[in-house]
Design a protein around this ligand. Sequence first.
Ligand code: ATP
Ligand code: ZN
Length: 210
Amino acid sequence: MLRLAIQKSGRLSEDSLTLIRECGINFISSSYKLKTEATNFPLEILFLRDDDIPGYVQDGVADLGIVGQNVLVEAGLPQLEVEALGFSKCRLSLAVPRADAYASIAALQGKNIATSYPNILGRYLAENGVQSNLHTISGSVEIAPSIGLAEAICDIVSSGSTLLGNGLREVETVFRSEAVLIAQPNLTAEQTELLEQLQFRMQAVRRAKR
Ligand code: ATP
Ligand code: ZN
């Protein structure tokens, strides 16, 4: 038996459920249940907040998970990734108020930056020789400059319209992300066999879409 953790409700949820179904795995999902069992594959599906998925898989509470690389790398657990899934593509970018001068990343030296990704951003700034003050907030990061909390932000961008709507412009791409399948480090031999079957089916689904 394998336990797979997916996001309960959010941007990853629908594509995660679709992928499992396209792998020929049948299950009944109802919006209020936190777990369900597949009827034709030894798989149990857990519905969790995406932020909790890497930790649960690392600890073996779940054997597998589907999560964004942004969340996985921020949690410091990139080694759990076993397969890139090709959906929920987005990027983590730095943005500044549209009217502000910005020639290069050196412009952020000594500035306050609001983000939900202090680890990924901290590493990026260090690699670029910039020292800034990071303010970690968990949501509504885009409003930080307009309320005087920060001079810049680092957040997830897909189309850019949220940035535009908040008077910001994207100046640097910090990290590119997509959804990935992750696995706990201590699968049994039988579980490894099941994981291989699952990956084989996932790869076939992706090939069929090309
Ligand atoms: P939860 O309540 O589970 O904590 P959340 O609000 O943190 O959810 P979502 O906004 O649902 O997360 O995003 C989940 C993941 O989807 C992100 O971590 C990222 O990998 C991806 N994602 C976020 N925004 C976009 C986007 N605009 N386009 C595509 N993928 C995105
Ligand atoms: Zn989350």
